[in-house]
Write a protein that binds this ligand. Structure first.
Ligand SMILES: C[S@@+](CC[C@H](N)C(=O)[O-])C[C@H]1O[C@@H](n2cnc3c(N)ncnc32)[C@H](O)[C@@H]1O
Length: 320
């Protein structure tokens, strides 16, 4: 198996996560383990890295490339929402840092054969965790036009969501029992469905948003992130972190970034009293300090070298 991925915003991640010798760190989205390896180099022989990824390819690759590190490494093929259970199984009450680098690895897009990209003709799968039930093909071939339109609009901000959804449903009715099975079929259908879809000078492929929306739906990406952030906030006011422990999240999609922003804000100022109250009566005290008031963005040099980094936003906070 080849596994290619260039970690994004490495210097900024290390600055915000500030891994210290002997610390316990969680990489909840191992991918190609680029960030994980850099964390390992900083935590020394006495540190512990807990690595999680829902994709078995990421776990297999990490096992290969991190084999020679002396710090302890524990790997789990799981969703990062399982972190509280994993920590309790390991008997670890709190950690020094958690990193989430959301979205897809380059390997998943280009090498996994799971239909994440319209640039390759593959089965419409799009599951990061291949043991989960629903594939992109099942969604495209089963959901109503209204639900497909909602997915394309909400997750992909696709202007022509309804048109594309209706075209899918018409094609299903007219076509074979197998329906729309491949990335090529779906990409061609989108091209035909939208005005100007076949113009040679389209700046981005007309199916870009539809593919992104389907992937977000298949993997329930926003729901999982919301659940994780809610758990972190709820766990006895951030008890999952040791004092000084840090949470760093790299988001690529504005909806992901919104979830992270809102949750970090409420951890840093959780008071729910109306603004006019003379004093706080809800008793909720801040338990995180924002390290980034505004999200950090990759520099021009990084974007030039790795255009996939372009839309990344990094937010971080520290347990007080
Ligand atoms: C952008 S890559 C991470 C790259 C990594 N930081 C590196 O340096 O190579 C994202 C990874 O997160 C995984 N992932 C996304 N959402 C996940 C979730 N909810 N639980 C576990 N893994 C997830 C994907 O399978 C993918 O391997």
């Amino acid at each position: 198996m080849t596994f290619t991925h260039t970690p994004v915003m490495m210097a900024e991640v290390l600055h915000c996560l500030a891994p210290r010798p002997g610390g316990i760190y969680v990489d909840g989205t191992l991918g190609g383990a680029g960030h994980a390896r850099a964390v390992l180099e900083r935590i020394g022989n006495d540190g512990l890295l807990i690595g999680i990824d829902q994709d078995p390819d990421a776990i297999e690759n990490t096992r290969k490339i991190l084999g020679d590190h002396r710090a302890e490494v524990r790997l789990f093929q799981d969703n990062f929402t399982a972190l509280p259970r994993i920590l309790s199984e390991l008997g670890i009450p709190a950690v020094d840092g958690i990193l989430l680098d959301l979205g897809l690895s380059f390997h998943q897009i280009r090498e996994s054969g799971r239909g994440f990209s319209f640039q390759r003709n593959e089965a419409l799968d799009m599951r990061m965790d291949p043991t989960r039930k629903t594939t992109a093909g099942e969604i495209v071939n089963r959901e109503s036009a209204a639900e497909l339109a909602r997915i394309f609009k909400e997750y992909g901000e696709e202007r022509w969501a309804r048109r594309i959804a209706e075209r899918i449903v018409r094609t299903r009715r007219a076509g074979s029992a197998a329906g729309i099975e491949t990335t090529d079929q779906l990409a061609e259908l989108v091209r035909d469905a939208i005005p100007g879809g076949r113009r040679p000078d389209n700046r981005i492929h007309p199916a870009t948003r539809v593919f992104m929306a389907l992937r977000i739906r298949v993997n329930r990406e926003l729901e999982r992130l919301q659940f994780f952030m809610d758990r972190i906030a709820a766990e006895a006011d951030g008890a999952i972190f040791r004092t000084g422990g840090r949470l760093c999240v790299l988001a690529f999609h504005s909806l992901e970034d919104r979830i992270v922003k809102q949750q970090l804000k409420s951890m840093a100022s959780p008071c729910t009293c109306p603004p006019g109250f003379p004093q706080c009566v809800c008793g909720r005290r801040p338990f995180m300090r924002l390290i980034t008031r505004k999200p950090l963005r990759p520099g021009e040099a990084e974007i030039a070298a790795n255009p996939m980094a372009r839309s990344t936003r990094l937010r971080a906070a520290e347990k007080i």
